[in-house]
Design a protein around this ligand. Structure first.
Ligand code: ACO
Length: 316
């Protein structure tokens, strides 16, 4: 199978900035507790009337521009999301319309919660191998503020909205991204009922148990990707971890002795944006010139489902 590489990235960030101090007025919490336990200081939420579909389209347009690829060159479009604006049309079909993508290509949404972007990258690699067009659009987008239970201080402080996008290219001879993906069906640790459910449509989480799952899942994914690709930690230019809790990232950094110039945290500004988290990091790193042509990036995600995954992806 031919592999994919990233050609360009982009992001869309909602306008409403919610600080820890703002949350102090809603629930029994404090800026000190949130910062110390999670690393989060602010998060962006969609303001009234602001639509996640518009934020998603903005991220995708910027990624196309960064890649120098036109919409008619796209061979497939995937949106990883657990909180699409509408179930039908899917967020990916809305993008086809809004961006003028070709009509003879597969466009669909995919839900693997916080691991969604990596599930989508792997799926895109398979799709592009079967497509005459060699570019694909992969987006992670979430509107989690819509499913926040504002009476639950254990979760309402964590989540943000946003979208991150990558244009990828598939070429003969390029190595596969060697994705390792997994899941373990569990509705106790993380749960978000469907829109037709009689329960309130809120996200609920057993935070401490998810934390324990995450600190085991992250090194498992790193080890498996290194094993599958025959690489070592030293071969990696940048580690991109899902931004769920700064302490989870710090534990991985310590375990693998990753130097500060090889990893990144933007959780302080965005909070946990689930499927958007990894592409938001990629887009910021790209903009800051920390990754670019030739960079070898090991990305790891974990989250609801439960799901987990990792891959090694290069910049074209
Ligand atoms: N402010 C103040 N106190 C709080 C808050 C808050 N916002 N939230 C909880 N507390 C209290 C608790 O009530 C508890 O008090 P008690 O000891 O008197 O009972 C105490 O703080 C400790 O609570 P814990 O829940 O044990 O706190 P913990 O250190 O585990 O931090 C957190 C909670 C931040 C949620 C952490 O467990 C975490 O990050 N978990 C992982 C989340 C994650 O990775 N999710 C991934 C995917 S999300 C998705 O897929 C959509």
């Amino acid at each position: 199978m031919n592999g994919i590489k990233i050609r360009g990235t982009g992001r869309g960030v909602p306008s409403k900035l919610v600080t820890n101090r703002d949350l102090e007025k809603i629930v029994d919490t404090s800026d000190e507790w949130i910062t110390a336990r999670t690393g989060i200081r602010t998060r962006h939420h969609c303001a009234e009337g602001e639509r996640i579909s518009a934020i998603t389209a903005q991220a995708a347009r910027r990624a196309l521009e960064d890649a120098g690829v036109s919409p008619d060159q796209i061979g497939a479009c995937l949106v990883a999301t657990a909180t699409p604006e509408t179930l039908v049309p899917s967020a990916a079909c809305a993008l086809q319309r809004d961006l003028g993508l070709p009509q003879d290509i597969p466009c669909f949404d995919l839900n693997a919660a916080c691991t969604g972007f990596l599930f989508a990258l792997h799926t895109m690699e398979c799709l592009l191998n079967a497509s005459p067009r060699k570019f694909g659009l992969v987006v992670g987008a979430e509107n989690l503020s819509r499913v926040i239970n504002w009476a639950d201080r254990g979760t309402c402080i964590l989540f943000g909205d946003g979208a991150g996008a990558a244009v990828v290219e598939c070429r003969e001879g390029w190595p596969s991204i060697s994705a390792v993906l997994g899941c373990h069906g569990n509705s106790e640790l993380l749960y978000l009922p469907g829109p037709e459910s009689e329960e309130h449509g809120y996200l609920s989480m057993e935070g401490t148990r998810v934390f324990k799952f995450a600190v085991e899942a992250v090194p498992w994914c790193v080890d498996q990707v290194l094993k599958k690709t025959g690489r070592t930690v030293e071969d990696i230019d940048f580690f991109v971890f899902h931004q769920a809790n700064a302490r989870i990232i710090d534990l991985a950094v310590r375990k693998y002795h990753i130097p500060p110039e090889k990893y990144y945290k933007n959780i302080a500004e965005y909070g946990n944006t689930s499927a958007a988290s990894i592409p938001l990091v990629l887009s910021e790193l790209r903009e800051q010139g920390k990754i670019g042509p030739g960079s070898r990036i090991l990305a790891v995600g974990f989250g609801g489902g439960l799901t987990w995954g990792g891959c090694l992806i290069e910049f074209a």
